[in-house]
Design a protein around this ligand. Structure first.
Ligand code: ADP
Length: 812
């Protein structure tokens, strides 16, 4: 049998076993080591053999860990004699390989190194699996084999090598385990501790040190573990240690802050560490940080508590209906709401009977329908008649339908609550809200009609409300001004005064601006100012102080009054002047004739004197000449007076006709209302411009209006119409003052515009003549139209200044 076939005939499983066992030794291809080299040396010397080896059988090769007498690091397994030896239970001794049937053709026998003698023994691992061999070899055959001592030496060496291998394996395993343990205690978040039986700390895992915020274990080594626990937990810890000492496991949950003081909750387990005698010789304590869990549990407990409280305090009833079985569960609170006794069997009919007949249908449609709508949640507020007291109450019920996977309802559950007082309060509130709305609307309608602006501000002067009239008056939109200070509604010196007032008010409660009707100056958004009259009120609302200011724009009133005064004095002066002028002119006219006559007579007298002689003639002539001169001078004086009057007020300017009419009428009509006169203006939409002496034309108007008013004193119907119409293609404007008075007296009709024509007791009769002088001086005409008993209309015309003329004048 060839060696190659011998080797491969090694049974499979044993072979596989061995391959795994050799790998497990972690020895293949490692460097030489003294302990193996020494064993081979001793073996070779003891057997006086030139060659020896310790080899291990790997897949397909025989690898030498130690060798003596040859160089090969390994040889093919199928050439190795050891492949045979390894399977032998005892020492294999072959005196001459050449004569051995298995090996005589082995190349190591037939060729170099021509091996002859062989002795070898299998080396086994801890489990008895042969993994290698210890061999000695000689080139000389040894028919006598080995001596007994030599054999025993080889066996002893093999045993010692096996022990070495076993030791190494154990060491390796221990190292691995230690490493695993190291990794475990380093990475575990649990706090793993070893205590001695007295409870002193002997070991703490790295993770444990982290969890307990311990810098280094050395800091607490030897400390009494029980000292860490305080309060009731200390007893729990002591009991757990006691149990573990008795061989049992002790568990507890406790509170123990870390060394750094972080409060932590722990779940602790203490177990005994059993010694070889089966008795505890130490304790293993594993603590898990459950602080987070404790929080969750605590908040869960709290929310449960809150829910319970909510149910108790709100009287929330919980009901549950199994749609499939018809089974109903009502909480005690739910029963109480309906007035059902604790033992009443609740049925649909019973519930429906309690529901107010008017609300019943609704409930049947929503809560008791099997036709599911869009939503599985339903809410009803309905009335019930309590089963026990018969009292009517309002209930709100919120339910939720649970469905199976096919969408069929299986259960309905929900809550019910008595909301009677809510409903009642709501009804009352709605009533008072309606009242409030009505009142507010009323107030607002009043405010809308009051022309005064209303500004509400708080104690600090911050505007909280700004009426529509205020918007118009100040030019601010409410959103611009609300929230800012009222001082922005005043110009600078008043602004500062106001701040001072507010400050004083807050300090002393002394009012100043609340004295009503103060006139001050206000400022619009565009910066312009206007006089205002402020009425300020103070009110308290919701414990806060507010000021309400009613502001009246005095611009118009003040302006009008001022203008009136001006006008009045101007007109008074003018009328005096005109009257004087007119009188002068009349006087001049009247006196001129007698003067001319005087002059004529004097001239005649002079001619007579020429024909006379005498001592006194020259004196007479002198006297007459003097008289004639004086008469001429008188004529001059009169002419001068006429010229002065004719010159009149001639400062003419372009004026707005409407403004002119309105101003004059306002003055003339003062008190018209009291006299029961209805005035009506009829002015062109676009007011014409006229080149006039404003004061003179206003004087004309004033005169005509006053006359008209006087003419209506004794009549029932007192209508006055003041009209202006543009005519002659816009070149002229015709003004008329029409009354429903007595009409012109026939006596004055003819001489109406001549001076000193009057029907009035105290009348001067110069008014109309002045009017004519003025109007004619302006290039217009004046006339009257009247029928007795039907009133009078006075007309006068004025020239209109056209746009083109205006533009030209402007260019000049
Ligand atoms: P006086 O008003 O001083 O009399 P006037 O020249 O203004 O002077 O008026 C002259 C007269 O013309 C009046 O006395 C009055 O008889 C008459 N008269 C003027 N206007 C009217 C009128 N509107 N209706 C009736 N008579 C008038």
């Amino acid at each position: 049998m060839a060696i190659s076939s011998f080797s491969s005939s090694i049974p499979g499983p044993a072979n596989t076993n061995r391959v795994a066992a050799v790998r497990d030794l972690h020895i293949l291809d490692t460097p030489p080591e003294d302990v193996f080299d020494d064993a081979v040396l001793i073996a070779a010397q003891a057997c006086q053999a030139p060659m020896g080896s310790i080899g291990f059988m790997a897949e397909g090769r025989h690898w030498f860990k130690a060798r003596i007498g040859f160089d090969a690091a390994e040889i093919p397994a199928d050439l190795s004699i050891c492949a045979y030896t390894i399977q032998q239970p005892d020492l294999t001794v072959i005196p001459d390989l050449r004569e051995h049937p298995e090996f005589r053709h082995n190349p190591f026998v037939t060729e170099e190194p021509q091996l002859r003698f062989y002795a070898g023994i299998a080396l086994r691992d801890g489990n008895g699996v042969p993994v290698g061999t210890l061999t000695v070899v000689d080139r000389e055959p040894r028919p006598e084999g080995l001596s007994q001592v030599q054999e025993r030496t080889l066996l002893a060496l093999a045993r010692s090598i096996q022990r070495e291998m076993k030791l190494r394996k154990a060491e390796r395993e221990l190292a691995e385990k230690t490493e695993m343990l190291d990794r475990l205690h380093a990475s575990s978040e649990d706090c793993i501790k070893v205590l001695d039986l007295e409870g002193r700390l002997r070991f703490m895992s790295e993770g444990g040190c982290r969890a307990m915020e311990v810098g280094a274990f050395a800091d607490i080594e030897g400390c009494d573990w029980l000292d860490f626990w305080t309060g009731p937990t200390a007893d729990d810890a002591r009991r757990a240690v006691l149990r573990a000492k008795l061989g049992d496991t002790g568990r507890f949950r406790g509170f123990c802050p870390t060394l750094a003081g972080t409060p932590k909750w722990w779940d602790v387990m203490v177990t005994p560490i059993l010694g070889s005698d089966g008795k505890p010789d130490g304790l293993l304590a594993i603590s898990r940080d459950i602080t987070g869990l404790q929080h969750v549990e605590e908040s869960l407990r709290q929310s449960e508590e809150r829910l319970r409280l909510a149910i108790e305090t709100t009287g929330l009833g919980i009901w549950d209906l199994n749609v499939l079985t018809g089974e109903r569960q009502w909480s005690a609170e739910a029963r109480e709401l309906f007035g059902f006794a604790p033992d009443t069997v609740i049925t649909q009919d019973l519930v429906l009977e309690c529901i107010h007949p008017e609300d019943r249908e609704d409930i049947i449609q929503t809560a008791y329908t099997n036709q599911l709508g869009d939503s599985l949640i339903f809410t009803n507020t309905f009335r019930i008649i309590r089963a026990d007291t018969g009292q009517e109450r309002w209930i709100t019920s919120v339910g939720h339908t649970l469905v199976d996977k096919d969408g069929r309802p299986t259960r309905r559950l929900g809550i019910a609550q008595d909301v009677t007082h809510h409903v009642e309060a709501e009804v009352a509130l709605r009533g008072s809200q309606d009242d409030l709305l009505r009142q507010t609307a009323h107030l607002q309608s009043i405010l809308a009609t009051v022309p005064d602006a209303m500004v509400v501000s708080n104690e600090k002067g911050i505007i909280t409300s700004f009426s529509a009239a205020a918007v118009k008056m100040f030019g601010y939109e409410p959103e611009e001004i609300i929230g800012t200070s009222v001082k922005f509604l005043m110009p600078v010196p008043y602004r500062d005064n106001h701040e001072g007032f507010m400050h004083r008010y807050r300090q002393t409660g002394e009012r100043r601006i609340t004295e009503s009707g103060r006139v001050a100056v206000a400022q619009r958004k565009d910066g312009s100012t206007f006089p205002m009259e402020v009425h300020l009120g103070e009110m308290e609302s919701g414990g806060k102080l507010f000021f309400t200011a009613f502001i009246r724009d005095l611009t118009d009133r003040q302006y009008t009054e001022k203008r009136m005064q001006e006008l009045q004095s101007e007109l008074a002066y003018m009328s005096r002047l005109s009257a004087m002028g007119e009188m002068g002119s009349t006087l001049a006219h009247e006196v001129n004739q007698p003067l001319t006559a005087i002059t004529g007579y004097l001239k005649g007298c002079g001619m007579i004197l020429d024909r006379m002689d005498g001592e006194y003639v020259p004196m007479l002539r002198q006297g007459m000449e003097g008289a004639a001169e004086e008469a001429l001078r008188a004529g001059e004086v009169i002419r001068h007076l006429r010229a002065f009057v004719a010159r009149g007020e001639t400062d003419q300017e372009v004026e707005d006709l409407r403004k002119l009419i309105e101003e004059a009428s306002a003055l003339a009509l003062a008190g018209a209302k009291d006299k029961g006169i209805k005035v009506d203006f009829d002015l062109p939409h676009e007011s014409p411009k006229v080149l006039v002496s404003r004061v003179q034309i206003q004087q004309v108007l004033l005169n005509l209006v006053r006359n008209a008013m006087e003419a209506m004193q004794d009549v029932e119907e007192r209508d006055l119409n003041i009209k202006a119409e543009v005519e002659d293609q816009g070149s002229m404007v015709r003004l008329s003052v029409k009354d429903t008075g007595t009409g012109l007296a026939p006596s004055v009709q003819e001489r109406l515009f001549t001076p000193f024509t009057t029907t009035k007791q105290t009348g001067m009769g110069v008014g109309l003549s002045i009017c004519r002088t003025i109007i004619e001086a302006h290039g217009g005409k004046i006339w009257a139209d009247s029928a007795p008993g039907e009133g009078t209309t006075f007309y006068f015309t004025l020239k209109v200044v056209r746009e083109e003329e205006l533009a030209e004048a402007a260019e000049e």
